[in-house]
Write a protein that binds this ligand. Structure first.
Ligand code: NI
Length: 255
């Protein structure tokens, strides 16, 4: 099983040794460490080089869009030369907090789409309260998205789900699927193309039930996976195999 989205470098996380041992014991044998800015991108690459089972994405999150400057693209490009870097992310739009203006967020998002295209890497998208503009940018850049797109913690409409499945995009879903009030996410899990679905935790955030409110860890991906297998009326083993294969394919991981 693969946790495709965890912030192992986050200060709230337990030490990596512990977190990775816990994950491996729970059957989670690969973790994609996600980044939010240049600092966390550097840390993600370091961790990925220290642990065979960890891979990294590098990128500037929309909440950090104001930190993006002239040198950011060069730094990301340099970091992406590392063979453990498997995607550019997380990038996108967040109009919930709007820490940076919408114009800044859009510009930083598009610059990183271009970078990923240049480097031949897929992108991992964060989008919150910004469906309209996110989709507008993706539709306008489809020719630059051939290396793959994953919308993480996907919670947009079923209509958009249908559209992006048509583009061959992937989604990843985490702990929210275990919450009682998650009707939209339950519908998404049932309606999505099973070959485009990946598992994530977004650790240290969004702990699944029964750990809701606690600090999340990659090992907990098993709880959302069980819930999703149930929703799809699939054997857990089959669901695990398909979603693992999806992640290997999306991130172009060979072994
Ligand atoms: Ni994240």
């Amino acid at each position: 099983m693969i946790d495709t989205h965890a912030h192992l470098q986050d200060e709230k996380m337990l030490p990596c040794d512990v977190v990775i041992e816990n994950a491996n014991k729970a059957g989670v044998n690969k973790i994609i460490c996600s980044s939010s800015d240049i600092e966390t991108s550097k840390k993600a690459v370091l961790i990925a080089n220290n642990y065979e089972c960890v891979y990294a994405t590098v990128g500037v999150h929309p909440e950090e869009a104001n930190t993006f400057n002239e040198t950011s693209l060069k730094e990301l490009e340099k970091l992406a030369e590392d063979k453990k870097v498997v995607a550019i992310g997380e990038i996108g739009l967040d109009y919930h907090y709007e820490f940076a203006t919408r114009e800044t967020q859009k510009s930083v998002f598009i610059k990183q789409i271009n970078l990923a295209n240049k480097l031949g890497l897929p992108i991992v998208i964060h989008t919150r309260d910004a469906s309209g503009d996110t989709m507008e940018i993706l539709r306008a850049n489809l020719d630059k998205l051939k290396n793959g797109v994953c919308i993480h913690c996907f919670n947009m409409s079923l209509e958009i789900l249908k559209e992006i499945m048509g583009y061959g995009f992937y989604i990843s879903i985490g702990g929210i699927v275990t919450f009682n009030n998650a009707k939209n996410v339950l519908d998404i899990v049932k309606a999505c193309d099973i070959n485009r679905l990946m598992l994530e935790t977004d650790s240290p955030y969004i702990s699944p039930v029964p750990f809701r409110g606690g600090i999340n860890e990659p090992k907990n991906v098993v709880y959302s996976a069980k819930k999703m297998a149930e929703l799809r009326e699939m054997l857990f083993e089959d669901f695990d195999k398909i979603t693992t294969d999806n992640a290997m394919r999306f991130f172009n991981i060979k072994d």
